[in-house]
Design a protein around this ligand. Sequence first.
Ligand code: TYM
Length: 330
Amino acid sequence: MKEKVMLTGVRPSGNLTLGNYLGAIKNFVDRQDAYNSYIFIADLHAITSPQNPQKLKEAVYNCVAMYLACGIYPSKTIVFKQSDVLEHGTLGFIMTFQTKMGELSRMTQFKYKSLAQSKAGVDTGLFVYPTLMVADILLYNTSIVPVGKDQQQHMELTRDLAERFNKRYGNTFLLPDVYIAPVGNKILNLQNPLEKMNKSDNGDNKGTIFLMDDVEIAKKKIMSAKTDSIARVHFDEENQPGISNLMSILSKITGESFESIENRYKGKGYGEFKREVAEVVGNLLKEIQARYEKFNDKKLLDKILYDGACKAQIVASETLKRATKALGLN
Ligand code: TYM
């Protein structure tokens, strides 16, 4: 019996990106045998901004099928939907009350995303988003959370709140560690390598590779990625962010070190290098998409989600009971 728990989640967007895969899902897949593993679809987090209900349902199916296509085995990992386990909402509510306004206002994701909403008024969902994430993690006595670099601050808040609760009400929660991989923790937009590769890419999506992209289109996106005029394949995030980003993508997929990539491309141009990256990414997408078709079966996905929610709920309800007892609520 594996004792330590690994958990992560992804917001269902209808179209996961290479950034989601390399920054989080791949790290999870590579470790799923070593832990008692949970992966969920963060559909409650999705509704922090308005959603089309039918599209959201489809996006959830798409996300589960994509998890399986990326190598997650329901026989090894508990796969579930956040909203199926009601304890997430309840503990999220409780954890919000342990949190200072200042702590949530300081979150860079909140600052960044609320800017876009400021005219119409900022949703409270965006504000309390991190405390729901805290609940997601603490409910399962999680030891390790593989995520991309953009989630680091949320992970720090998780530890702070768990510690605060334990100090106030007695030892209730395990303090989780974050796992941010050294390579590929922040895949950048191919057209604007100063920004993160996002699901919503401003405009034409040329900067984002989606896992369901047509393979030839994805390759073209790599070939037309913004680079620089230094003309040397070298890892230097500050002065060569575009090339460094492509090196991270290549290295994360193949496992080859930056040094070895640099040595192979000494004296060679960017064209050849980009062709290799495009080939490697194209092959990855081909594999994922072939498996996706195999798993894109709603009956199968419903069964996986049902089984996963039943198993997850047993653990989540134990933790919630511990927390409500500590608070004097039962
Ligand atoms: P989300 O859906 O924005 O992203 C899912 C995961 O993908 C990582 N990621 C990236 N990594 C590297 N480069 C990129 N360009 C890139 N884009 C996204 C994210 O860091 C994340 O790990 N709040 C979370 C979902 C969530 C969660 C949780 C995660 C809810 N509760 C509990 C872990 C534990 C989110 O919005 O992820």
